[in-house]
Write a protein that binds this ligand. Structure first.
Ligand code: GAL
Length: 676
């Protein structure tokens, strides 16, 4: 089902915490927001005690009072269920609601997200609270939507409480039916891990060197995802009972061990993301590498794969830093706040909400700045937001319009989870994914991310001219069927090393890789090696060019495929490195080495895929190109101006100017070209 944000115009919001400030400030804060183009606020995600100060005692006066103030103005509200921070009265009385580390030590009250999703008490208390809140606030006209909890699995994404172990046992009992089947799926005959009673089955626990059964660990991640989704659904089912139809339900974030696609399908109207591009600079303040901000374009591609039109619930608006040390980063430079907002918009965000209105004067986030500083003065950042809000109506034509791409990088959760803990799959897959994304960013070829989930159909695949599945150690039967259909019908598939060597449990069956995809590939893997830093420097020779062959090299054995490239510079010199196969109406490239950026460019050029900017404007690497509808965004991530050269005159929608010939995009500047 299509899960997209529906709005009539590009809208700005901010995160507001009435519980942090004297009541006398509320009206003035809202007035200043509206004066500066901010028309929506998100509130209450950490305020459980304000609704239930004691067990079973509900009190809505605080937020009633705040909403009365808000309702005297035009501000709209996204209200939150405050379950990210269960109260001290609850966790002290019922410690079974707390999450635990793998060794069983409980995570205590004092930060946030300290709870587990499987405690019956926590679920009961959550249901009661959400029910009371929904019933009480459903008729408030200023509330346009609800956010469930806050950033599921942000601080912790592994759960080892007693309640989790018990729920896991039930989960695998239902899944496998018998211990024999579980033992087989988890390969427990290895190192005598065989279970003879269900009571012996747990989530992974502390072991001599903390390495655990990989199949059990993969199962645990799927279980944590299932638990997270259920906790979200528990809340959304209750909210739906009370909310008017036009009030949306959403969640913010994209974190580990939760299938956010499935969660959105089951429980949400669309997904929101929290975008903090300055993290890219935290470890390396002085770098001028223009790809750094693109790490956030990468994240936005993930969110777009869930909701083509989405919202950014928290857009960075100030310098970040944590009280406990660790993180400290520069203030957004003049222009960067606007640039990052445009980056979100270019990728499909029609709602952008800044974190937060005013920086907290208390707690662990006194350095995690919002638009305003604690001193509450109008400042440079507010001015930038305000000016930006006046530009947004000029972009009205892109509202609701999808990001355009002919290439998709395919992902799936099983491989994401498996690769995290696998010393081969992880680095090889990530290197290949990065090479594809970075090379396409530098070549200005927009791409989508496509998740092979249960909702994904061959129909969704057929939108793309080329699909690369670079991290596919596990190929399931469902995915294999979709890919067979896609290629048979004329699509181009690209696969890389380690494809299809594992099954859905993460075991390595006795079939030659790429397993279920061998017929599409038209060949198999005959031999392979990791390329260590002590090895020679192997290359892939393709069309007479020598390309870097990093990390892992598979020597391929063609069946119906042609050999399109060979290795040189290693003991396997001359052996096949690249296969090209025709299958039905389509084609498949099998690349034996982890992809390098130059390999990606070579394959794109062989497939005739070029940038939508070609023939219009030539831009340097520091500029990201994105197309939504009939508008082309050119975003310069460097502080210095970018020289661009137009082949045809185009109108910049933002400035209204017609631009031709040689031109400049200022440092951190943005142009949006009208393609009509
Ligand atoms: C987000 C979180 C916010 C705030 C912010 C700090 O992850 O949702 O509550 O902590 O980070 O930048």
């Amino acid at each position: 089902m299509d899960k997209r944000l529906k709005t009539e115009k590009l809208t700005l919001g901010t995160c507001y915490y009435p519980e942090h400030w004297p009541e006398e400030l509320w009206a003035d804060d809202i007035r200043r927001m509206l004066d500066n183009g901010i028309t929506v606020i998100r509130i209450a995600e950490f305020a459980w005690n304000k609704f239930e100060p004691e067990e079973g005692v509900f009190d809505f006066t605080f937020f009633d009072h705040f909403l009365d103030v808000a309702e005297k103005t035009d501000i709209k509200v996204i209200f939150c269920t405050p379950t990210a921070t269960p109260p001290a009265w609850l966790t002290e009385k019922y410690p079974e609601t707390l999450n635990a580390f793998r060794d069983g030590t409980l995570m205590r009250h004092g930060l946030r997200r300290h709870y587990n999703y499987n405690s019956e008490i926590l679920k009961t208390k959550t249901a009661e609270l959400v029910d009371r809140m929904a019933e009480h606030y459903a008729s408030r006209k200023c509330i346009i939507g609800w956010q469930i909890d806050n950033e599921f699995n942000c601080e912790a994404n592994e759960y080892y409480s007693e309640a989790d172990h018990c729920a896991f046992r039930e989960y695998v009992k239902n899944k496998y039916g018998s211990l024999d089947r579980l033992n087989e799926a988890w390969g427990t005959v290895f190192w005598n891990q065989t279970y003879t009673d269900w009571q012996q089955v747990f989530l992974p626990r502390t072991t001599p060197n903390n390495v655990v059964n990989p199949h059990q660990l993969l199962e645990a991640k799927a279980f944590w995802s299932y638990s997270t989704r259920n906790y979200c659904k528990l809340q959304s089912d209750i909210l739906r009972k009370y909310l008017p139809e036009d009030v949306f339900i959403t969640h913010n974030g994209f974190f580990g061990h939760v299938d956010s696609h499935e969660m959105t399908q089951e429980s949400l109207d669309f997904m929101m993301y929290d975008s903090y591009p300055n993290f890219a600079y935290v470890l390396d303040f002085n770098s001028k590498n223009p790809m750094k901000d693109r790490a956030w374009s990468w994240n936005l591609c993930h969110i777009r794969s869930i909701s083509p039109i989405f919202g950014v619930m928290e857009q960075q608006s100030g310098p970040n830093g944590a009280y406990n040390g660790g993180i400290g980063a520069a203030s957004p430079k003049p222009g960067q706040l606007r640039l990052w907002t445009m980056q979100s918009i270019a990728h499909g965000a029609d709602y952008i909400s800044y974190f937060r209105w005013r920086t907290s004067w208390i707690g662990t986030e006194i350095y995690w700045h919002g638009i305003l500083d604690q001193n509450n003065r109008d400042n440079r950042r507010l001015k930038e937001v305000s000016e930006l809000s006046k530009e947004l109506p000029r972009l009205q034509q892109i509202v609701g319009k999808d990001y355009e791409a002919e290439v998709a990088i395919a992902f799936d959760y099983l491989n994401d989870w498996d690769s995290e803990s696998d010393g081969w799959h992880g680095p090889v897959g990530r290197k290949s994914q990065d090479s594809w994304f970075d090379a396409m960013q530098k070549a200005h070829v927009p791409c989508d991310f496509l998740y092979f989930t249960d909702e994904c159909s061959s129909d969704m695949l057929s939108r793309y001219k080329l699909i690369v599945y670079p991290d596919a150690a596990i190929v399931t039967e469902r995915t294999s069927l979709m890919l067979h259909e896609y290629v048979s019908n004329g699509g181009t598939l690209v696969i890389g090393p380690l494809t299809g060597y594992k099954d859905q449990y993460g075991r390595v069956p006795m079939t030659a890789a790429p397993g279920l995809l061998a017929d599409i590939a038209g060949g198999t893997v005959d031999d392979f090696t990791f390329v260590s830093r002590y090895d020679e420097n192997p290359k892939v020779v393709i069309s007479g060019k020598e390309l870097e062959a990093p990390l892992f090299n598979e020597m391929l054995k063609p069946d119906s495929a042609e050999i399109a490239g060979t290795y040189c510079g290693a003991w396997y010199e001359g052996q096949p490195a690249v296969l090209f196969n025709r299958f039905g109406k389509g084609t498949c490239w099998t690349y034996g080495s982890a992809f390098s950026e130059e390999a990606v460019l070579e394959l794109l050029s062989k497939e005739g895929i070029s940038s939508p900017a070609e023939g219009i404007v030539s831009v340097p690497e520091s500029v990201e190109v994105a197309v939504r509808g009939r508008a082309m965004f050119l975003m310069n991530y460097l502080e210095s101006a970018a020289k661009v050269s137009f082949s045809v005159p185009k109108k910049d929608i933002l400035s209204g100017d017609i631009i031709s010939g040689e031109a400049e995009i200022p440092g951190f500047g943005v142009m949006v070209l009208d393609l009509d």
